[in-house]
Design a protein around this ligand. Structure first.
Ligand SMILES: [Zn+2]
Length: 563
């Protein structure tokens, strides 16, 4: 996840910017500055406002109480005054006589500013889960209330006389050997499901929310429309591709039907075999080791990792800018990123997520562009790219090098792609809920999961309501489902151009920075991928990965037949 709502709490830390010295003999890179001096001045004001916006978010996350010697009130004051000035100065810019690149920079600033919260919490702090039953609140308020349910209830599930959070609950579904305990931890989510979807009645909180999401999408477009555009296609084609992927899994994964509380366990044998080698305290050293060998030194990047659980912390892992890289007196002052996650435990599933978040870190840290474009690429590209290094954690070569132990290939592939196809299933779920918001979500989820994932039907349970994104950003799951298509494409192309990188390759980061990452928000994903691959995107690379599962199974079967 690349970003999320803000929550409050305070500890204390004071940090300072690091900077890179300029080579005075090097010519200034014109791509890092505006063509017009007037635009340039506005753009640097934008950079200050943008930094104060993300610094306020870091303070409100509970990680910092102050930054660069300024406390929250001072940053708030700075933001408010300068944001107003920025709005005015953008208005006063000339509308003709500017270069095309300056014009697109102005458009980017206007668009990105719409996402600034400036420390004004997006309704989350005030939102209470109990508000989700109220029928008199609007779409945005309802969404915030449902996100609050994930914090209030999801961080506080009852299991075996104790309390666990949602991430740990999912993790335990991979690990608990006794079916009865797995069922118990699965059913520990019931209060959350009930808060999100009531008794699955036509005006349940989720069903009212999705109706609001569809109305909003009619005015502003949806995440699904955006993802289709970023692929250079339309939602109908996206759905066909997603179904092809699900169908490949249906065929490759065998035909044993399992209970929903057994699905992750059956797929998670690799996680179990390796969990002893990935204690909680080993997560970050392993993550850093891998990235160092990909040519990206996370420690030197100054990234802030905030990985310990706190009671009212965001319920899922996310990455965000703390400050945005920019040219200062001819020297590039790098982007500083911040990662937040509530990790109680170690294990491969969690490690994979941390490597994914660090994929976001190296993505935004690689951006070298003028301030208007030092921002996230599309959601689709960001999520897809973060998995390019993260998928390696389920390759045996990676495990051997970074864990000193490996799980059999078939088990690792099954563990990885079972998670991918679950995301694809959620993508299809959201696509269809958006197409017909009157659908019964429990019946729809049952249909998808029983047909393609061989999961026994439980339409009485709203067990699809496991992901915060379903309520925080309706339609967002498609960025993971479709993102997997791009991830497989990028991994394949890198392997063909540079060679395998599961055990590191010092050229990796520089090579990808140059070809994919340095543009930030300037390039649209469709153009970026087309130029990178030299052809349009297709689901073929991902289908080949899923079919590996069958190939490996067949090889294993042949070798055991010989033995
Ligand atoms: Zn992500």
């Amino acid at each position: 996840m690349k970003t999320l709502s803000r929550l409050g709490l305070a500890c204390g830390l004071l940090l300072s910017f690091t900077s890179v010295r300029a080579d005075p003999s090097a010519p200034a890179d014109p791509s890092l500055t505006a063509d017009s001096n007037r635009v340039s001045a506005v753009e640097y004001l934008y950079a200050d406002v943008s930094d104060s916006n993300t610094i306020l978010a870091a303070i409100d996350s509970g990680l910092l109480t102050s930054y660069e010697g300024k406390n929250r009130a001072a940053w708030q004051q700075f933001y408010t005054a300068n944001q107003a000035r920025l709005v005015q100065e953008l208005k006063e810019l000339p509308t003709s006589g500017l270069s095309p690149r300056d014009i697109s920079a102005i458009a980017a600033m206007r668009k990105q500013m719409k996402g600034f919260t400036g420390g004004a919490v997006r309704g989350t702090q005030a939102a209470k889960c109990q508000d989700s039953v109220r029928k008199d609140i609007g779409y945005l308020q309802l969404r915030s209330a449902l996100v609050a349910c994930f914090v209030e209830i999801g961080n506080n599930l009852s299991f075996e006389g104790g309390r666990i959070n949602r991430v740990s609950g999912l993790d335990l579904l991979h690990e608990l050997a006794e079916a009865g305990r797995r069922k118990a931890v699965f059913l520990a989510f019931t209060p959350l499901w009930h808060a999100i979807n009531g008794n699955d009645e036509p005006d349940s909180p989720y069903r009212r929310m999705i109706a609001g999401a569809v109305a909003d999408a009619a005015r502003n477009g949806s995440e699904i429309d955006n993802a289709a555009r970023d692929l250079g296609t339309d939602p109908a084609q996206v759905e066909r591709w997603l179904l092809e992927i699900l169908d490949a899994w249906r065929t490759a994964s065998g035909d044993v039907a399992v209970e929903p509380w057994d699905f992750r366990f059956r797929s998670g044998e690799a996680d179990r075999l390796l969990s002893a080698y990935i204690p909680r305290e080993a997560l970050q050293p392993i993550n850093q080791h891998y990235y160092r060998e990909l040519g990206a030194d996370l420690a030197r990047m100054g990234t802030l990792y905030d990985l310990n659980p706190r009671p009212d912390k965001a319920a899922l892992a996310y990455t965000e800018f703390l400050t945005h890289g920019r040219l200062v007196k001819g020297a590039w002052r790098p982007t500083i990123a911040r990662v937040s996650a509530p990790y109680e435990r170690g294990g491969l599933f969690v490690l994979n997520e941390l490597v994914h978040e660090s994929g976001h870190v190296v993505n935004i840290t690689a951006i070298r562009n003028r301030p208007a474009f030092v921002d996230w690429p599309s959601d689709l590209f960001a999520e897809a790219f973060a998995d390019v290094p993260a998928w390696s954690t389920y390759e045996t070569a990676w495990q051997r090098r970074y864990l000193g132990h490996e799980a059999p290939e078939q088990l690792s592939l099954r563990a990885l792609y079972s998670v991918v196809v679950l995301d694809v299933a959620w993508s299809v779920f959201e696509l269809r809920m958006f197409r017909d918001p009157r659908s019964d979500p429990n019946a729809l989820w049952t249909e998808i999961t029983s047909r393609y994932l061989h999961i026994l039907p439980h339409p009485e349970l709203s067990w699809w309501a496991m992901r915060v994104q379903l309520t925080d950003l309706p339609g967002y799951m498609v960025n993971y489902g479709v993102g997997a298509i791009l991830t497989a494409e990028m991994r394949k192309h890198i392997r063909e151009a540079l060679g395998p990188f599961d055990t590191g390759d010092a050229r990796w980061y520089g090579w990808l920075s140059e070809r994919l990452l340095r543009y930030g928000s300037e390039r649209d994903t469709h153009t970026l991928m087309q130029e990178f691959l030299g052809r349009p995107v297709s689901p073929q690379a991902l289908l080949e990965q899923i079919q590996r599962l069958q190939g490996v199974a067949a090889r294993a079967h042949r070798s055991s037949a010989r033995a």
